[in-house]
Design a protein around this ligand. Structure first.
Ligand code: AMP
Ligand code: MG
Length: 431
């Protein structure tokens, strides 16, 4: 896709990042290069509010009028003038009518009187306090309020307590979640301006790969990476273009990469980027653009290609991920996800790492980052513990499927003893 801004030069970005060693690049350095290199695709569109879930706001949503638009009751009870309460809070007041939510009381509430009122009903202008009904004794048209249950101003929700007219209820760059959709609705916003969906093309490379529906010949495996990639991209709210399995053949690879580049903002491949690969993918990538090949100091993960490729008048970001199914997910979550979010117009934020207790000892040597798949469990001492899902081989997708998240063992970190605190990255958030 065409980019409105001139992209930076990758070699320049890479050389700006200190400690650059293409043979064992720390995870943090890779993230730094990617952060500096990717740019948002700034094309906005106005969409129906419900279609905006998971999209990124392109402009602030301004509050047109105070929310709520009137002082209102926070309880079912009686609205009164705080000045009518005795010093100890007690009073006997006469009821002059009823105020319901959506049906305000039109009349006046004079001194010494009160109004039967329901939650959300507009407060009469002269009242500033609501006594909950469970505190009152009703005697005919009189309401007796005992001492000590109430202070002036209690249970009255002021106009504008949620949002004030003129302020930004939601700011540009916000990835819209359910509460944001509700908040925009509370302003009466039928539509909002969001950045257009990111288009991401992906393909798998490797002669041993078979697609679902094909017979599994001797020595072959089903292509699972296209399915995990599809699923992770769906969760991110991208528009996806599945280019299938591409044979390890230069002409086929070039055709597929050009097609991807001409129809997407970003291209993701899996397999065929390790140095020992006999295949042609690396060479074809290099001829199509500005691409670096990394060996990253991480496990799983390690080989990855990154850059920008061009075809015709189009260019697209390129992420060449490793082939091993777990490595695909780890590199997607730690490098690609953030880059795509930034391209979508969202701010780049570090992933939330939670301190949890390691339930077992974990062997680790400094000099690389490790992502161990783990389940969470509640310990007898009440704290959260994390236990690995067993075999941590990078081809063992079961280790991801069974896990609640990653135990992240950082670059400089050494082995961990049972009972030590470790960082945990959960797979799921609440929304
Ligand atoms: P590669 O990076 O191409 O050397 O692949 C590393 C390992 O991942 C090999 O065992 C491949 O068979 C496997 N692999 C590569 N691509 C896929 C895929 N799309 N689905 C499942 N496994 C794959
Ligand atoms: Mg391969």
């Amino acid at each position: 896709m065409d980019q409105p801004l001139a992209p930076p030069d990758l070699a320049q970005v890479v050389s700006c990042v200190s400690g650059y060693d293409p043979n064992a690049l720390p995870v943090g350095r890779v993230q730094e290069v990617i952060r500096r290199f990717v740019q948002p695709v700034r094309v906005a569109e106005r969409v129906d509010l419900r279609a905006a879930l998971g999209r990124v706001l392109a402009e602030d949503v301004i509050v047109p009028q105070d929310v709520p638009g009137h002082d209102n009751s926070g309880m079912d009870g009686y609205a009164l003038r705080g000045a009518d309460l005795a010093a100890d809070g007690s009073a006997v007041l006469r009821t002059v009518g009823t105020g319901l939510a959506g049906h305000g009381f039109e009349g006046d509430v004079p001194a010494g009187c009160c109004l039967r009122i329901m939650t959300g009903a507009a407060m009469p202008a002269s009242c500033d306090t609501v006594v909950p009904q469970e505190f009152c004794r009703v005697e005919g048209d009189r309401v007796r309020i005992p001492a000590g249950v109430l202070r002036q101003g209690d249970n009255c929700r002021p106009r504008g307590e949620d949002l004030l007219a003129g302020e930004a209820a939601l700011q540009a760059g916000k990835l819209l979640r359910p509460a944001d959709i509700g908040l925009a609705a509370s302003l009466g916003a039928a539509e909002v301006m969001v950045w257009r969906k990111l288009r991401v093309a992906f393909l798998s490379s490797g002669d041993e790969l078979r697609s679902i529906g094909q017979t599994l010949d001797e020595g072959c495996v089903y292509d699972s990476n296209r399915y995990t990639l599809w699923a992770m991209l769906q969760r991110l709210g991208c528009e996806v273009l599945d280019l299938g399995v591409v044979r390890d053949d230069p002409a086929a690879l070039e055709t597929a990469l050009r097609q991807a580049c001409e129809n997407a903002d970003a291209v993701i491949t899996s397999g065929g980027v390790s140095v020992s690969e006999a295949d042609h993918l690396r060479r074809v990538m290099a001829t199509l653009g500005d691409v670096v090949f990394w060996r990253i100091a991480m496990r799983p993960g390690r080989p990855m290609a990154f850059g920008r490729i061009e075809s015709g008048a189009h260019s697209a970001m390129l992420f060449g991920l490793p082939g091993n199914p777990v490595a695909v997910m780890v590199t997607f979550y730690h490098f690609v996800r953030e880059a795509l979010l930034h391209m979508m117009g969202a701010p780049m934020q570090p992933l939330p790492l939670l301190p949890v207790v390691a339930q077992t000892a974990l062997r680790k040597r400094p000099g690389r980052t490790e992502y161990q798949r783990a389940v969470l469990e509640r310990r007898p001492d009440g704290r959260l513990g994390a236990r690995t899902t067993g075999d941590q081989g990078s081809g063992i997708l079961r280790s991801m499927s069974r896990a609640d998240g990653f135990i992240v063992l950082h670059h400089e970190q050494d082995s961990v003893q049972a009972g030590d605190l470790v960082d945990f990255l959960p797979f799921e958030g609440l929304v």
